[in-house]
Design a protein around this ligand. Structure first.
Ligand code: PLP
Length: 397
């Protein structure tokens, strides 16, 4: 028997992937499970993007690619930052990777020494903590609850900074809460970071285009932190391209070069054909996304009304992404049949088995009082799911 590495043994399996596996197993047994567990738009990749991929293949874009990405893709990303965010980057500040997940992993591998502390506001995206741990870093969690709209302040950040802090990382719009940092809130974070020029910040903006409150604001817009911020983005969420695996960073030149070095040894340049497709997505008019945004807005309203009407469920109004993160702690200590609910994990298992609705426990996102509901599915399915959840919760006493 070959022993696994300590590094691997310390790693948790992704809870979102574990939940979708469990619901697939129940479906395979013939159960009518509704899955609200995955972070993926239910739309298809637009045809003009697929056509660009076909054209790329026909033009024989099929060989190894430059490690940071094709030159014209790097240019398209610089143009996107200028157009959508008013940010100026040179091509040597951009690195394209196999999904935003690899972009994040590259940055962590490039920056974190064993023992370095990484401040992570909770609720956080599941993979942040695990990637930091694999690199030997120490996650330092700053909790923000539903009453703070799940957002932290510069003061809270500062309270968690020590001589070992190397990095802070967060997402806006946020997975799992849907919270969106305003320009003022980001400025507050930036002003704190600016006092510590040796601390970097990862601003994960992958949900940029799924924003219901207006203009997306980037942390990198603040001049006083422009040498500290690494912006993460990609085409997965906005362009319904989760399977194409294209994410990217915009970073200070030496950090981008370090990420290219890491990637050059781990995976090389990302898939050639997906890069051609990404160029088409990034050059397209973002108005193309209006229909998708309108659909998400309608679904958000439906789910918000349903959750608000459920006694014991505390919910905030998410301003972006496609998740709700209700606080369900009022059900702790209640039971039905063989089920006793003491944790958010107990409740999500109960809802899976009793209501046949798969969602993800908040424990995976660093908040044990909540569950995450993804509403990236049709209104018809969401209506049925909400009815099932309401019925199952009513039974708990
Ligand atoms: C906050 C956040 N960052 C990054 C990612 C990873 O994106 P990708 O699929 O491009 O790797 C996700 C995907 O769920 C996410 O929710």
């Amino acid at each position: 028997m070959i022993n696994l590495s300590d590094r691997l043994l310390a790693m948790e399996e992704s809870a979102t992937i574990a939940m979708s596996r469990k619901s697939r197993e129940l479906k395979a047994e013939g159960k009518d499970v509704i899955s609200l567990s995955l972070g993926e738009p239910d739309f298809n990749t637009p045809d003009f993007i697929k056509a660009a991929a076909v054209e790329g293949m026909e033009q024989n874009y099929t060989k190894y690619t430059p490690v940071p990405g094709y030159d014209d893709l790097l240019q398209a990303i610089c143009d996107k930052f200028k157009r959508d965010n008013g940010l100026s980057f040179e091509k040597n500040q951009i690195v394209v990777s196999t999904g935003a997940k690899q972009s994040i992993a590259n940055v962590i591998m490039a920056l974190i020494n064993p023992g370095d502390e990484v401040v992570i506001p909770a609720p956080y995206w599941v993979s942040y903590v695990e990637i930091v741990k694999v690199a030997g870093g120490v996650p330092v969690i700053v909790s923000a609850d539903i009453d703070a709209d799940f957002k932290i302040t510069g003061k809270q950040l500062e309270e968690h900074i020590t001589s070992k802090t190397k990095l802070m990382m967060f997402s806006t719009p946020c997975n799992p809460t849907g919270s969106v940092y305003s320009k003022e809130e980001l400025k507050d974070i930036a002003d704190t970071l600016a006092k510590y020029p040796n601390i970097a910040a990862i601003s994960d903006e992958i949900y940029e285009h799924i924003n219901f409150v207006g203009k997306h604001e980037s942390l990198a817009q603040f001049e006083n932190v422009k040498d500290q911020v690494i912006t993460i983005n990609g085409v997965s969420k906005a362009w319904a391209m989760t399977g194409w695996r294209i994410g990217y960073i915009a970073a200070p030149v030496h950090i981008a070069a370090a990420c290219t070095k890491v990637q050059g040894q781990f995976t090389s340049g990302t898939n050639s054909i997906a890069q051609r497709a990404a160029i088409a997505a990034l050059k397209a008019d973002v108005a193309v996304l209006d229909d998708m945004k309108a659909a998400f807005k309608g679904r958000r309203k439906l789910v918000l009304e349903a959750l608000t009407a459920m006694p014991g469920v505390k919910v905030n109004e998410p301003e972006g992404a496609f998740y709700f993160f209700p606080d369900i702690s009022s059900f702790f200590g209640k039971s039905y049949g063989n089920y006793t609910i003491n944790t958010a994990s107990d409740l999500s298992l109960y809802l899976l088995e009793e209501a046949l609705v798969a969602l993800v426990t908040g424990e995976a996102f660093g908040d044990p009082n909540c569950i995450r509901i993804s509403y990236a599915t049709s209104e018809e399915v969401l209506t049925e799911a909400m009815n099932r959840i309401a019925n199952a919760l009513e039974k708990l006493a």
